[in-house]
Design a protein around this ligand. Structure first.
Ligand SMILES: *Cc1c(COP(=O)(O)O)cnc(C)c1O
Length: 357
């Protein structure tokens, strides 16, 4: 740290992304990316013509992209915000709607680590709400109308989902607060709350192309909500980075929506692979949560969480381990192809066998 840094940021603890190793080829099951490539339409969309126009700024209103997203979800362009990854939208949410006075925020104590980082970044008053012992969310804890609410649905890293009805009851109970539902993983079998944004002006649903749409490398996220909430986000965007979607990502984003069926089919495969892998893990003595996401959250009395993570890594399989005390015995395992899952299971069997000797 230099001695010039703004004193507000001296104690800030930045988010630690999952490992993105460059040293060797792992079976990479640690950052919830899709194992499938982008659709054929996306590959075609980024052509020489688009590349040759990189000297020109992209459309700051992102009209074509917003219209494609609006069409898919049955909303209007004014209800859609797009950004450079959904992390950026979370950033804008905290910047726009949370502060240390009248606008505190609460979120589950076990959830996506970035919520706390943004809360700290903007010196927001925040409360971390404990989960039940089975890692599920007690919705009544969010009924107070006393703070903005941020919930990942399905939650991360547990994969446990709320129903649309449960989300609605939270939104309804907080008429004077903004409720942000982070649907990064919703396409793998949970219920989306996007439709509720037509009925409630205090609900913002945030989605990403990074998981179900195989575009983590393109950095594209979107939010759907009441037009005034969206206008607030636009205000922040135009006050920070008006050209936040680059030209190539813009055309890729439009093409991916046109190829929606391809992604829906991929999500089905991931769901099947998740159920298969969970069954196999249970046979090996693991406990798993009821995940509706593209990852499995698992632990076992036969092998410690960190130990399993390290031993899998030695064998070329990368999973995500968190050191927080309440989840340190677990690993979060991205669901990949059937072949990747079989390698994972094979390595886990080897590790368990080694421990028996
Ligand atoms: C992956 C993830 C994001 C971030 O997605 P990007 O669009 O890649 O920035 C946001 N929220 C949750 C819960 C995630 O898991």
């Amino acid at each position: 740290m230099s001695r010039y840094i703004n004193k507000k940021f001296v104690k800030l603890e930045a988010y630690t992304p999952g490992e993105q190793p460059r040293d060797m080829q792992y079976v990479k099951l640690n950052t919830n990316e899709s194992p499938f490539p982008p659709s054929a339409g996306v590959l075609r969309a980024i052509d020489k013509e688009q590349v040759s126009m990189l000297n020109l700024y992209p459309d700051p209103t992102c009209a074509s992209l917003k219209d494609a997203i609006a069409g898919l979800y049955g909303v209007e362009r004014k209800n859609v915000f797009v950004s450079n990854g959904s992390d950026d939208i979370l950033n804008f949410f905290f910047m726009a709607f949370c502060d240390e006075g009248e606008h505190p925020v609460k979120f589950p104590a076990i959830s996506y680590g970035f919520y706390q980082v943004y809360a700290e970044l903007y010196a927001t008053d925040y409360r971390k709400i404990p989960l039940k012992s089975d890692f599920s969310i007690r919705i009544e804890d969010y009924f107070g109308n006393d703070a903005n609410v941020v919930i990942a649905n399905p939650n991360a890293p547990t994969g446990i989902a709320l129903t649309k009805y449960e989300v609605e009851s939270i939104v309804k109970a907080n008429p004077d607060r903004v409720v942000l539902i982070d649907e990064a993983y919703v396409d793998f079998g949970a219920q989306s709350s996007i439709e509720l944004t037509k009925k409630y002006d205090n609900l913002l649903v945030v989605c990403t192309y990074s998981k179900s749409r195989s575009m983590a490398g393109a950095r594209l996220g979107f939010a759907i909500g009441n037009e005034e909430l969206i206008a607030d986000l636009e205000k922040i965007k135009y006050s920070t980075n008006p050209y936040n979607i680059n030209r190539l990502t813009m055309v890729a984003g439009v093409a991916a929506i046109a190829d929606n069926e391809y992604y829906v089919a991929n999500c089905k495969i991931i769901e099947e692979n998740r159920e298969y892998t969970q069954r196999e893990l249970i046979k090996l003595g693991f406990r798993v949560t009821d995940s509706k996401a593209n990852f499995i959250f698992a632990n076992s009395d036969k092998v410690g969480g960190e130990e399993l993570y390290l031993k899998l890594k030695e064998r070329g399989v990368l999973v995500r381990h968190f050191s927080a005390p309440d989840i340190c015995e677990y690993n979060r395992i991205t669901v990949g192809t059937r072949e990747q899952m079989d390698i994972l299971l094979q390595k886990i069997k080897e590790i368990l066998k080694e421990k028996e000797i």
